[in-house]
Design a protein around this ligand. Structure first.
Ligand SMILES: NC(=O)c1ccc[n+]([C@@H]2O[C@H](COP(=O)([O-])OP(=O)(O)OC[C@H]3O[C@@H](n4cnc5c(N)ncnc54)[C@H](OP(=O)(O)O)[C@@H]3O)[C@@H](O)[C@H]2O)c1
Length: 259
């Protein structure tokens, strides 16, 4: 395996779409997620036209030892990671007090810790080659605090901020970092998060293909920051203008699951 893309969270939703986009462009792939069977069947489909080589690494990115194993296995495959897509992530809705601590910490470990570790692992070689693209999946959720989704929103604020800062540090190196900010998107995310019945998801969603295509294009152009769809762009702009108390109240209402 030569020049390749490492895509985390490739077993469904946006990650699966990113994998298809890279394969269409003839880029070899390493797919990471927990559900091996899903990854294997996607890998078979992507290999079928005979254009790309695809490796699968089943790993729980909420477990630091598994993240280290991913890094070792990528090195063992001899892959040159030219594209790193930190897409794996999960959300959760409900009041923080009384929530399952394991789920809250899992969001920190997958959405933040694994993303930082993988970026730190693959960036030096990209810089040495003076070529590479990092695409981190943040969220419009990271643009404001999210009552009844507090840890998820804060984890995405981290991803948005970290990636934009990195993009600036990387100027002139030949390597770029892009943060993609999807709003509500039709994937398995809402059912995992328990937010499928929330106002946010009932008020309209984009398709994963639309979002992934837009994010992929922004990454290829080396854009630092991209919000997908006009509705999300308007929302992103309005939270900058509104008083914080109003922004918090609207965000809380959007996370409510009742009518
Ligand atoms: N859908 C939305 O409305 C929305 C909006 C804004 C941002 N996002 C972000 O978009 C990214 C992709 O999510 P999606 O919408 O495509 O949702 P999804 O369909 O639920 O996909 C999430 C992916 O992350 C993987 N994942 C979750 N926990 C993992 C773990 N512990 N270890 C390894 N992989 C793990 C899942 O694979 P396994 O279950 O097989 O491990 C799956 O492939 C996430 O970062 C999410 O926060 C989504």
């Amino acid at each position: 395996m030569g020049r390749a893309a490492l895509v985390t969270g490739a077993s469904s939703g946006l990650g699966e779409e990113f994998a298809r986009l890279f394969a269409n462009d003839g880029v070899d792939l390493i797919l990471v997620a927990r559900r091996r069977e899903r990854l294997e069947s996607l890998a078979d489909a992507l290999r079928a036209p005979g254009k790309v080589s695809v490796q699968v690494i089943a790993a729980d990115l909420g477990v630091p030892g598994d993240v280290e194993r991913v890094i070792r296995e990528v090195q063992a495959h001899g892959a040159e990671i030219e594209f790193l897509v930190n897409n794996a992530g999960l959300g959760n809705v409900g009041p923080f007090a009384g929530s399952a601590l394991g789920t809250q910490l899992m969001m920190v470990d997958v959405n933040i810790r694994a993303l930082v570790r993988l970026t730190h692992a693959f960036l030096p070689a990209m810089l040495q080659r003076r070529r590479g693209r990092v695409l981190n999946i943040g969220s419009t959720a990271g643009l404001q605090p999210g009552p009844f989704g507090a840890v998820y929103y804060a984890s995405k604020a981290f991803v948005n901020s970290f990636t934009e800062a990195l993009a600036h540090e990387l100027k002139g190196t030949g390597v770029t970092a892009t943060v993609s900010l999807p709003g509500a998107t039709a994937t398995e995310f809402a059912s995992v998060a328990g937010s499928g019945e929330s106002r946010l998801f009932r008020s309209g969603v984009m398709t994963s293909a639309e979002v992934a295509r837009d994010a992929y294009r922004a990454m290829l152009h080396g854009k630092a920051f991209v919000v997908h769809g006009w509705k999300n762009k308007v929302l992103g702009f309005s939270v900058r203008l509104g008083p914080r108390s109003v922004v918090r109240a609207i965000s809380a209402a959007m996370n409510k699951t009742g009518s």
